[in-house]
Design a protein around this ligand. Structure first.
Ligand code: C2E
Ligand code: MG
Ligand code: MG
Ligand code: MG
Length: 282
């Protein structure tokens, strides 16, 4: 099948299988070449409602297709792009790619699309208007788009960023705090900015079952969010026991390898059909 072909392709081109080219050798020249050849794309990782396993949306995760080095993950190029002032170009390609694909399948179900943004992008003056134009171009209602930003960037409390977050909310986009628990976002900030969603970092999710401290962080977060009417997502769910325990604790949504790895755009429709079929049996 197409899926298997993709997996083989992925394994063959994965940097880790090419010993001659260490994955760290992704350079400035590689990044510039990828941008000019439109090789900055994204994968889509499904998110499900924990109570009933229904697919509720996808997170777009940036990737670069390199002709020799294979598929490059964001930890190798996001920081580089920020340092070189190329992050907005990366964001533009990821968002165009994500919206153009999302546009072809979201109407079948009531799905959302989560996008990751760097703080510098989100704080730039024209960002809300730009995103609004992009959504219009691809005929996607802003309420379907969830803007993720990592918790750590909030600790500096930059005025431009806060202003843009408020503007985005006025435009009906949704806001999500990514990697929650790893930074120092305070409860006051959660009040100040109307976040719709909190994503609990996978380091807490991973040892939710075995580590009392992690469990305390997660249950406190779930309780706080439910009181504040903020949706919760657990990221990095890798097994059924964790899935079930988080569902029981009242976490709304989840994503992780147990549900699905990030998918090629071309595999999303198959996933939607197959997953719907299996979750009805369970
Ligand atoms: P993130 O937004 O917290 O994304 C979750 C990461 O965890 C993704 O890695 C995903 O592939 C991985 N993951 C998901 N489920 C599991 C699991 O069950 N187990 C394990 N071990 N890992 C899992 P990825 O795709 O490498 O992305 C890394 C980070 O790069 C993202 O973290 C996000 O902060 C950043 N990023 C991704 N795309 C973009 C983008 O378009 N723009 C910006 N600025 N940053 C991006
Ligand atoms: Mg994210
Ligand atoms: Mg995260
Ligand atoms: Mg993360």
């Amino acid at each position: 099948s197409q899926r298997v072909q993709h997996l083989i392709q992925l394994a063959e081109t994965s940097p880790s299988t090419k010993s001659a080219v260490p994955s760290t050798a992704f350079t400035e020249a590689d990044l510039k070449e990828a941008l000019s050849n439109k090789n900055v794309i994204c994968f889509f990782q499904p998110q499900v409602q924990l109570s009933n396993r229904r697919v509720i949306g996808f997170e777009a995760l940036a990737r670069i297709r390199h002709p020799q080095k294979g598929l490059i993950t964001p930890n190798l190029f996001i920081d580089l792009a920020e340092e070189l002032d190329l992050i907005d170009q990366v964001t533009t390609q990821v968002v165009q790619y994500a919206l153009s694909h999302f546009n072809t399948w979201y109407t079948e179900q009531d799905l959302t699309l989560s996008l990751n943004f760097s703080a510098s992008t989100m704080a730039s003056d024209n960002f809300p208007d730009w995103l609004s134009r992009m959504a219009k171009t691809y005929h996607i209602e802003p309420e379907r788009i969830i803007c993720e930003l990592t918790e750590t960037v909030l600790s500096n409390n930059p005025h431009e960023l806060i202003r843009n977050l408020l503007r985005l909310r006025l435009m009906k986009f949704k806001l999500s705090i990514d990697d929650f628990g790893t930074g120092y976002a305070s409860l006051e900030q959660l009040h100040e900015i109307p976040f719709n969603e909190v994503k609990i970092d996978m380091c807490f999710v991973r040892d939710f079952l075995n580590n009392t401290r992690s469990r305390t962080v997660v249950t406190n977060c779930l309780q706080l969010c439910s009181e504040m009417n903020i949706k919760t997502v657990s990221e990095g769910i890798e097994d059924q026991a964790t899935f079930t325990a988080l569902a029981k604790q009242g976490c709304d949504y989840g994503q992780g390898y147990y549900i699905s790895k990030p998918l090629y755009a071309s595999d999303v429709k198959t996933f939607l059909n197959e997953y719907a079929a299996t979750s009805e049996i369970n």
